[in-house]
Structures are given as C-alpha cells and as structure tokens.
Ligand binder design. Sequence first.
Ligand SMILES: Cc1ncc(COP(=O)(O)O)c(C=O)c1O
Length: 363
Amino acid sequence: MTKIGCSVEEIDTPALLIDLDVMERNIETMAERFRGMPSDLRPHVKTHKTPIIAHKQIEAGAIGVTCAKLGEAEVMAEAGIRSLLIANQIVGEPKVTRLMGLARHSDVIVAVEDSVNVRHLAEKAREKGVKLGVLIEVDVGNNRTGTLPGEPSLELAREVQKYSSLNLKGVMGYEGFCQFIPDMATKRVKTTEAMNKLVSSAHLLEGQGIEVEIVSGGGTGTHMITGNHPGVTEVEAGSYVVMDARYSTLEGLEDFGKALTVLSTVMSTSHEGKVICDAGLKTLTFEFGNPPIKGRPEMSYQRPNEEHGHIDVESGASVKLGEKIEIIPIHCCTNTNLYDAFHCIRDGHLEAIWRIQGRGRSQ
Ligand SMILES: Cc1ncc(COP(=O)(O)O)c(C=O)c1O
C-alpha cells in the first residue's frame, strides 16, 4: 500500500507520477507569458482531467478552462469551476439534454458548425429554460471540424441569432496542424495565416453588427504566436502544464519542464543486451513513437506488449532486476487517460495522490 510521505522507490508500479515543482513552474511560466500578451489563457484540461490542477491554473490567472468532452466539463463543474468552453460539437439527444443540465450549474459555451445542430441546441435550451453560450467554430485549415471562414461563418452566426435561447459569444478556430511545425519561422507564417482566417471571420460578423466577445484558438505549440495575434482574445493551450517527450523537442517551449513520468519496474533481465519492464500498451501510449527513459541514455524502449516493455541496454551498462525507471510519455494527454490517479512527487517523496476524475469521460 502506497503511503503519503513514502519515497518514489517505494511506490508500486506502473504508476503515473507528476513532479510537483516542475508542474507548478510550468503553470507560473505560462501565466507570466500571458500577463505579457494581449489575450487570456483558458487552458485545455484534456491533458490532466483533474480539477485540482485546473484550480491551480485559474489561481495563476487563467480565465476558465477548455474541455474536449461534455464528461470532462461535468467533472470540472462539479469541482466548482464555473467558466467552461467545450471546444467541440455536442451532437445527439442524450448529450444535448446533459448539456442543458450542465448549463444550469456553469457558464458553459459550446462550439457549433451546423445549422441543424444549432436548432437542436436552441430548442432544448428553450425547453429547459437555459441560455446557452455558443461559439461558431471556423475551420482555419485543420480540416477537422468547423464552418469555412468568411461568409459561411457569418451565415451560421445569423442562424444562431434567430434563437433567443442561444447567446452568440464569438468564434473559435484550432490551428492543430501548426502545433508541431519544428521551424519557428515556418510555424509563425502558417499560424498567422490560420489566425487571419479566424479574425477576419470575426470582423465580418462585427461588420454586420454582431458582437464578438471571444476569439479563441491556439495550443501549447503555437501559444506564443496565437496569443499575440491581434484580435485573438483567448488561447486553449493544455499540454504545457506537464509537457511530454514530443512537445519538449520544440523551439519556444524550452522553459517548460517535463513533469510527467511513468514509474516502471524492471521485471526481467534474462536476456543479453535487453531488459523487460512492466509498462506496456496498457500503461503507456505510443502514437508518436517510443517514449524515452529519464536520465538513462543507456536504455532505449524498443517495443511494447500489452503489459511488458522491451528495453535495449547498451553493452557494458548494468540494469538490475527490480530496479525502478521513469519513462517520459510521448503524448501526455492520452497517457494520462490510462490512469486512475497521479502520484504527486516533491523532493523524491510522495506528497499527494490526485484522482484523475475526468479519466475515461469520453462521452
Ligand atoms: C480544440 C483544441 N484546442 C486546443 C488544443 C491544444 O492542446 P495542446 O496545448 O495540448 O496541444 C487541442 C489539442 O488537441 C484542441 O483539440
């Protein structure tokens, strides 16, 4: 049984660790950056899905939170967070009904891209007696969701305005395709092009007398560009709070530390030149490649099985049976979703265990 105050070594594995000093520094670093930018930070909580971390981000200056899923938003509302942006479409009767319940207990804003969905939301909001905040999602080049920029966005905004049960708050557009462009100059050009599409759509609405309070976009990889783009009012960056092995390679993110690791035990040393650890597909994610091992350049994670990890060990290096290693997730958001709790570490000891309350809340 893992006890608060125990050393990292005593924590049973696999376990998801957060280095609290590093996470707290990341929160403060991003808050400080936004104090110097014209926009606000509304961090995406899909990264951690954990209310206490969201509260810390808000205490540091964030204006609310961004969620991917209704289930995440419900978890945040239950924990007392009032200002919620669901940067996603809510489609279908069960979810639309739940959304109206959530709207009674929070200031929830939802993205829309389709007039049939708008009518559904409006009719349900009227029936339930709530006024629902809405953003027009503009496809700024991500080729995922959203209306086309310009006239189609204006047309949908006019549609939203027909309903007194909806409150049109503005526009959002996520430039996901820019996040991982390695060269900063190219990223700046592509991100600026994308945000121009969003802001010009906002201006088109304003030109027709439609009030645009919110212009939302951005992520960890582009926050320094999007957050300074004239006309953008808020940024949805999420991963910065704990980072991961992929984001850490990018220019402009050097000030953010890797706070998240998976603690794993070496469970087999019977082969020459390799060991097996107890973290595989069910406790690590691999969509962007194999995860590195913290502070152990002589060890290289090669491939996972469900519950095993094959790790090559350089010749001459010694890795012992039962040794603990820390693996740095390659993608923090999907890795977090595999665990029930964060084991929170400071000075090599367990300070707290935080339940990842939004884990698996994908509906
Ligand atoms: C709508 C939306 N906004 C913002 C983000 C940015 O998140 P991150 O900072 O983790 O890259 C994402 C990431 O997928 C997203 O889907």
